[in-house]
Design a binder for this molecule. Structure first.
Ligand code: ATP
Length: 324
């Protein structure tokens, strides 16, 4: 293998730059030519692919977002789009790919590999932490820390006015961000898509909260089965029927995707990037390089996509115990 290309796809996440940097520099260190594809599968279809050098990735490790930009490509979902992408890669002699992204990106990579056979190794780049085959995904730690910083600030104002705050965090269909924010932010409740939320018990507990509690924080994952934070707040308010209680909603939104990556995300991105290149060189393909129990592991794309990653049950129990 002489030439590889790297791209970022789907939702961006802090630490993707550290991962790109590691792919480029590990590739060069191992004697490969490395190319960067702009805007994920879009750029692959348009042929927006450039040679990268060691200095191409200077001064990016500390930056959020992705220097290669990211996109969601409808055209790549069509056989015609993928054919164009393959022809562009073939014209440049690209023999291996590193795909940095989430489950959609890996689904695309799997389909592409099965059709055209270009060896591909993925790196788990998403804030949601919803990918099987890695303990954490690149960007998750930064997103949790960003959300926590906001929750700490909200707690100040919540306490000053005895308010009940519903704070919606990202995570798509997974509750990992919500759970870690709930533990780290000292939430009374966390509502996640993985478990059915019993609204009546939430209402009962909120009514009985001890008098010394000056505020209540309820963290809602965006994919919760009961709806978004605003809808849930209205349902609770309706049931509590206590005009003395003040309810507020904050949806943190895209700030969770930005910002400088934490040390953990820089290290994880770097390790996965190096793992992906070394995996390609050693003949691995159609799989993701993740970190489990502090070691690089390669998990077939099919398993990363197909297996739901469960929340740790202890974490949910911990929130209940610590909010008494
Ligand atoms: P995040 O989890 O952060 O949203 P993601 O990688 O899951 O990231 P998606 O938008 O779901 O983001 O997927 C990224 C891209 O992967 C899509 O825009 C599309 O180009 C490609 N893709 C997804 N599913 C398929 C598929 N079934 N066939 C071909 N390409 C696909």
């Amino acid at each position: 293998m002489k030439k590889i290309a790297v791209f970022t796809s789907g939702g961006d996440s802090p630490g993707m730059n550290a991962c790109i940097r590691a792919v480029v520099r590990t590739g060069i260190f191992r004697g490969l030519e490395v190319y960067g594809i702009q805007r994920g599968y879009e750029g692959m279809i348009e042929g927006d692919i450039k040679r990268m050098h060691s200095h191409s990735v200077s001064n990016i490790i500390q930056r959020g977002g992705t220097m290669l930009k990211s996109a969601r490509s409808m055209e790549f979902k069509t056989p015609e789009g993928r054919k164009k992408a393959f022809e562009n890669l073939k014209a440049l002699g690209i023999e291996g790919l590193v795909a940095i992204g989430g489950d959609g990106t890996f689904t695309g990579a799997k389909v592409f590999f099965e059709e055209y056979g270009i060896p591909t190794v993925g790196c788990p780049g998403t804030i949601d932490n919803d990918i099987f085959g890695t303990d954490y995904t690149i960007g998750f730690d930064t997103a949790v820390n960003t959300a926590l910083e906001a929750i700490d600030k909200i707690r100040d104002t919540a306490a000053a006015h005895d308010r009940i705050f519903f704070i919606e965090v990202m995570g798509r269909d997974a509750g990992f961000i919500a759970v870690e924010c709930g533990i780290g932010g000292g939430a009374e409740f966390v509502m996640v898509p993985e478990t059915k939320t019993d609204l009546n018990s939430v209402v009962k507990s909120l009514k009985n909260l001890r008098k010394s509690k000056s505020s209540s924080i309820i963290v809602v994952a965006e994919g919760d089965d009961l709806g978004n934070a605003d809808q849930i707040m209205n349902m609770v308010k309706e049931k509590i029927k206590d005009p003395s209680k003040e309810f507020k909603v904050t949806t943190l939104g895209h700030i969770q995707r930005g910002g400088n990556p934490t040390a953990r995300d820089r290290v994880l991105g770097s390790r996965c990037g190096m793992g992906a290149v070394d995996g390609l060189i050693s003949g691995k393909t159609n799989c993701m390089a993740g970190v489990m129990n502090n070691s690089i592991v390669y998990t077939p794309f099919g398993d990363c996509i197909g297996q739901p990653k469960p929340l740790h049950p202890d974490h949910l129990a911990l929130i209940d115990i610590l909010s008494i």
